[in-house]
Ligand binder design. Sequence first.
Ligand SMILES: [Zn+2]
Ligand SMILES: [Zn+2]
Length: 343
Amino acid sequence: MKTAFFYGKEDIRIHEINIPKIKEDEILIRVRVCGICGSDVRSYYKGVEGRYKIPLILGHEVSGQVFKIGGKIDNFAIGNRVAVAPIYGCGKCDFCLSGQENLCKDVMVFGCNLDGAFAEYMKIPAQAIQRGALVKIPDELSDEEAALIEPFSCCLHGVLRANIRPGDTVLVIGAGPIGLAHTKLLRLLGTSYIIASDVVDSRLEVAKKFGADMTINPQREDSLTKIKELTENKGVDAVIVAVGNPEAITQGLKMVRRGGTVVLFGGCPSNTVVQVDPNLIHYSDIAVVGSIDATIDEFRRTVSLVSIAEVKPFITHRFPLESIKDAMEMSKSREALKVAIKF
Ligand SMILES: [Zn+2]
Ligand SMILES: [Zn+2]
């Protein structure tokens, strides 16, 4: 089978290898579509930390079809269309037992410490199947749409961390694929007013199409003044920081209302320091929360959400596996929203 092996910074090679053999309790899927995540782009251009196995098949936004099943598998059949939650926990720790697999210290991650889906076939280990990481997808969802379940599931986690209630006003900083996915989900979950902020005007135009009611370009406009005008000086109910920028975090803290929530969704470069007046958080009773990955439960819920969210326009560029370097290049550019490898 054809695979793209990642060896390190800007070193990815197409290899022909044997199709993985599966055991009695494993499943082999034929990959249909695998989206390129911002983290794949970061790995490719900046290199990876120690927890990544090298060489590695990257790719964790995957849809496919069951190609082979082990003799002990009774809940899947050959031909089932599936999506794969890319993380599953040890199943034994307090986090796993309370449904927070995303926080498990021994978490297994496809495209990180397990081979991912920039390959024609992908082996799903027994533990992943037992923990519910392999999910059947409905007929009405295309392979491309199903590959978006993963990024949307992470954004569902972000939205849930923001404690959104019906009728809320929410500011989403960053109108890349992640900011836009938040916008879509916020709209579905009853947010009444969504403000999108980004320094690229073309992205703000897209944000409007995806449900933003108002847009701000902080390079041309004063975000704080605009938010104050809009909310009669109160601030927004929640801010989702969907960029890895310390300045955006400090801005977000100023634009949230008393008692509101600021979600740090985007990872900053390591050793980033943010200067904050602690009294701003303390006296205004602000919750500052992180958001990382998604639980299996959130992933499974996202299957239904993606089915009703009209996510098709998210994928703007498609490449065959052989052109993965071009796909990475396109993914890095601001021209693309979501780039997908199609098989
Ligand atoms: Zn990802
Ligand atoms: Zn665990």
